[in-house]
Design a protein around this ligand. Structure first.
Ligand SMILES: [Zn+2]
Length: 374
C-alpha cells in the first residue's frame, strides 16, 4: 500500500512521459483493494484503485512528499484535514545544549501566543500572530517549536505565564481550523499542544515535586526523583465502517441533534490502532469488522489526541445486520446507502462533523469517490 511512510523510491514504476515535476506512476501491485495516497503537502488524501492512474507532483523541497491530482475531470474538490501539513522545520537538534535558548535573543525570533484553553492570537484572517521575542517579558518561559523557511526561530509562549498588561485578542483554535492556511493551522496546533502539555505537567506525577523544563521545552524533569515527562499525544481512532455501497454512521450523545459521524474511540493500553477499530465497532454497534485499512491522521490538540483514520470493512455476516448502538455513547446508529447519503448531504437533511475534521473528511471522501466513478 502507498502511504505517507513511503519514500519516492518506493512509489512504484514510472510508466509515462511527464513534465519535469510530474510523474505518472502506477501502483506497486494491482489488487482489488483501494490504493491510498497521503498528501503531506495539503494534508489531504486521495483514493484510487488499480484501474485509475494519478498524476503525482513530486514536491521539490521534499521528494518523499507528493501532491495528488485526480485525473477524472468530474472529480470534486476534496476536503482538507486541519492541523496536518505543517511546514515548520522542527530542528530537534537545536533543543539541546542551550542552542534554542540562544536563538531567543535573535532579532528575527518570534513567539506564538497561546491564551486560555486552546486559544491563539491572530494576525489577519488566515495567519496566527508572531510576536517579537524582545516584546515579551525577559525570562518568559518559551518552548522552541522550530525554524521557518527563512530560518527564523519560532517559539510557543503561554500567555498566562507572561503577566503582561498588553491587551491581546485570542480566538479558540477549534473555531479556526477551516479558516487558517494549512501550515498556519498546523503551527497553531503544535503550539497549543505544547503549551497545553506544560500546563498540566508542572508537578511530578510520581512524587509531586515541581518539575523543571529541559530540551528547550520538550522535556520536563523532576529534580527530586528524576522522572522525565515528554510531550503527550494520545492515539485515538475513527473509522468509517462500510460494506459495499453502504456505510455506518452514528449520532453521538452530546452532539448536535442532526449530526451524523463516523465511529471513534481511544486506543487503550496494550492494543494496536487496528485492534481498537475492531473493538470500538463491536462495543458501540455490535458490528464485527473483517478488514481495516489506514487512511490518514489528524493532530487534534483538544487537548492532546492524534486521530488515526481508517476504513473498516464489516464482516460479510454483519452486512445485513442492523447496528445496535451502545446507549452510553450513541443515540442512534444506522447504515446509509452511498447515493442516499450523497442526496441527504446535498439537501442538508443531515449534517456532518465540521469541515476540517477527519470525520468530515472520511465521510466526504467516501461519498465523493462514488460520485467520481459513477
Ligand atoms: Zn518526582
Amino acid at each position: 500500500m502507498w502511504s505517507y511512510r513511503q519514500s519516492r523510491a518506493a512509489l512504484g514504476e514510472r510508466v509515462g512521459a511527464a513534465p519535469a515535476n510530474l510523474a505518472l506512476i502506477a501502483p506497486v501491485s494491482a489488487t482489488p483493494r483501494p490504493r491510498l495516497f497521503y498528501n503531506t503537502a495539503y494534508g489531504c488524501q486521495a483514493r484510487t484503485d488499480a484501474r485509475r492512474m494519478r498524476e503525482c507532483v513530486l514536491m521539490p523541497d521534499n521528494p518523499g512528499r507528493m501532491a495528488v491530482h485526480r485525473t477524472s475531470p468530474a472529480a470534486p474538490a476534496r476536503p482538507t484535514i486541519a492541523f496536518a501539513g505543517g511546514t515548520l522545520n522542527r530542528a530537534a537538534y537545536l533543543r539541546a545544549g542551550g542552542q534554542a535558548a540562544r536563538l531567543r535573543h535573535e532579532s528575527a525570533s518570534r513567539a506564538v501566543l497561546v491564551g486560555a484553553d486552546q486559544q491563539v492570537a491572530l494576525a489577519g484572517a488566515r495567519r496566527i500572530a508572531r510576536i517579537p521575542i524582545e516584546d515579551l517579558p525577559a525570562g518568559a518561559p518559551l518552548t522552541f517549536l522550530g525554524l521557518e523557511h527563512a530560518g527564523a526561530a519560532v517559539f510557543a509562549a503561554d500567555a498566562l505565564d507572561l503577566h503582561t498588561d498588553e491587551p491581546q485578542a485570542f480566538t479558540p483554535l477549534r473555531q479556526l481550523m477551516a479558516e487558517l492556511d494549512p501550515a498556519e493551522a498546523a503551527l497553531a496546533a503544535y503550539a497549543v499542544g505544547m503549551v497545553g502539555w506544560h500546563r498540566v505537567h508542572r508537578h511530578c506525577g510520581r512524587c509531586g515535586d515541581a518539575t523543571e523544563i529541559e530540551e528547550a521545552g520538550h522535556r520536563r524533569r523532576c529534580p527530586h526523583c528524576g522522572l522525565h515527562d515528554f510531550p503527550r499525544t494520545d492515539p485515538a481512532i475513527t473509522m468509517l465502517v462500510q460494506t459495499g455501497e453502504r456505510c455506518l454512521l452514528s449520532r453521538r450523545r452530546g452532539a448536535p441533534a442532526n449530526r451524523w459521524s463516523a465511529l471513534a474511540g481511544f486506543v487503550e493500553p496494550g492494543e494496536t490502532p487496528e485492534e481498537a477499530v475492531v473493538r470500538e465497532a463491536r462495543e458501540e454497534t455490535g458490528i464485527e469488522i473483517a478488514g481495516v485499512e489506514y487512511v490518514t491522521a489528524q493532530p487534534w490538540p483538544f487537548p492532546a489526541a492524534l486521530m488515526i483514520g481508517f476504513w473498516a470493512f464489516a464482516a460479510p455476516a454483519d452486512a445485513e445486520t442492523n447496528p445496535t448502538p451502545d446507549p452510553e455513547e450513541l443515540v442512534e446508529a444506522r447504515w446509509f446507502g452511498r447515493g442516499q447519503l450523497a442526496s441527504a448531504l446535498q439537501h442538508g437533511s443531515i449534517a456532518l462533523p465540521p469541515p476540517g475534521t477527519i470525520g468530515n473528511f472520511l465521510i466526504s471522501a467516501w461519498v465523493a469517490d462514488a460520485e467520481a466513478t459513477s
